[in-house]
Design a protein around this ligand. Structure first.
Ligand SMILES: [Zn+2]
Length: 421
């Protein structure tokens, strides 16, 4: 169990899920508003500065000719200022993002929508004010798709750079340059001696680069999904074949790629060159989870699936890993019939609440008497957190991931022990 869950704080998975849900909603508003305002605020930006900026924008908006647009923008800015009052001097860790604007709510009507997202999974890098026909969601989307951590190394005989790929973001960390002499020897030097010195210098440089990568990556080796190595031939091959890297890092190398530059820009080129491998890698973990699930389903009894069965197992604390489809967009509604039977029904997110016929005694519970309506994912994750169950989101970008969604209602679990439920 993570310490977050113990303290009753939402886990990272759950926060990410909540963020993704808001982003999906915001994307639906795309192009439906006249002017929509988005503000990204880093955690080192003073709230008073932001308020001043918003006030300035508000007064400039009075120059907008169309009355409808002018009112929409000013209303959005006023709503943002109201939200900013909740904060003291600085925003919470990693910053805040605020979306506000009048969106099309159907039938020619508009509706003011304001959403605040606090503490995104990664720090907001810089302040951004964006006023356009859609909300600026991309920077947050990039943080959400952050599925893995990859080590990056680019080198030739003259220079090297190491860094990270975090989700979609390249983060250069360290660089080194070598004293390896060029191929032209100076006059008077013996060819043999020159060649030997040059090889020594190359060897020293490879050791230095490996040291740099080891310092950065060995501590993180259990979190790393893979290491990519780039550079011209034969440098990268010599470097890898020479076993310069720490053996555990060496085992993590998932590919070597031809890259022309070995400065910081080479790290970006490396990620481009590795795009296919990275795409495979992204669903690899999900594939392994699903393979384990199916293996348990076919050969043993340590598998559970479907909302009700999985929920029962979760409550018993017997689920080791909860597998939820990324495409799951349902609500669960709880009903209690006049005879006291509690039952639940799954309904698509935007559909209305139906009447429910009790399976136990056939009594009908009116939609208006329905109990709590919750998001299925949030409902299950909450139980999972209380029981120390890990949650994994599974993409539908591969066959077994699609099956999870289509054949099992998007919900399954791998059990700690067989329960017969
Ligand atoms: Zn009943």
């Amino acid at each position: 169990m993570s310490s977050d869950a113990e303290e009753g704080q939402p886990s990272e998975d759950r926060r990410k899920y909540e963020f993704r849900k808001v982003l999906d909603e915001l994307d639906d508003f795309e192009g439906s508003g006249t002017q929509l305002v988005t503000i990204y605020i880093p955690d080192d930006k003073q709230i008073s500065d932001v308020v001043a900026h918003v006030t300035q924008e508000h007064s400039e908006a009075s120059n907008i000719k169309s009355k409808q647009t002018r009112t929409a923008v000013q209303d959005a800015l006023t709503s943002i200022k109201d939200r900013l009052r909740y904060y003291d001097t600085y925003p919470p860790d990693n910053g805040i993002v605020i979306f506000s604007g009048a969106v099309d709510s159907g039938g020619g009507q508009t509706e003011m929508v304001t959403k605040v997202l606090e503490s995104p999974p990664e720090p907001i890098q810089s302040f951004r004010y964006h006023c356009d026909s859609d909300f600026l969601t991309q920077p947050l989307e990039d943080m959400m798709t952050d599925k893995g951590l990859f080590g990056l190394i680019v080198l030739d005989r003259r220079e090297a750079n190491v860094g990270w790929l975090k989700g979609k973001r390249v983060e250069p960390v360290k660089s080194a340059s070598s004293l390896v002499p060029g191929k032209q020897r100076k006059g008077g030097q013996s060819a043999q001696r020159f060649a030997r010195l040059r090889l020594e210098a190359i060897d020293n440089f490879y050791q230095e680069v490996a040291g740099m990568a080891n310092d950065l990556m060995v501590d993180k080796r259990h979190d790393i999904e893979g290491i990519l190595v780039g550079g011209p031939s034969p440098t990268k091959d010599e470097f890898l074949d020479g076993d310069y890297l720490h053996h555990e890092l060496q085992d993590h190398v998932i590919g070597k790629f031809d890259v022309a530059y070995t400065d910081e820009s080479g790290l970006y080129d490396l990620v481009d060159a590795a795009s296919e491998v990275l795409a495979d890698q992204e669903v690899m973990k999900d594939k392994r989870e699903m393979e384990e699930f199916f293996e348990n389903l076919h050969t043993g009894d340590k598998a559970t699936y479907g909302f009700e069965q999985t929920r029962r197992n979760l409550i018993m604390g017997s689920v080791e890993r909860l597998l939820l489809s990324e495409d799951l967009q349902d609500d669960v509604i709880t009903y209690e019939c006049p005879n006291g039977h509690e039952e639940r029904e799954i309904v698509e997110r935007r559909h209305s609440t139906p009447d429910h016929e009790c399976e136990e005694c056939d009594e009908v519970v009116d939609a208006s008497d329905a109990g709590e309506r919750e998001d299925v994912v949030e409902h299950l994750i909450e139980i999972a957190e209380q029981r120390g169950t890990e949650t994994k989101f599974i993409s539908t970008d591969f066959e077994k991931g699609e099956q999870l969604m289509d054949a099992f209602g998007g919900v399954a679990g791998i059990l700690r022990y067989s329960t017969g439920v």
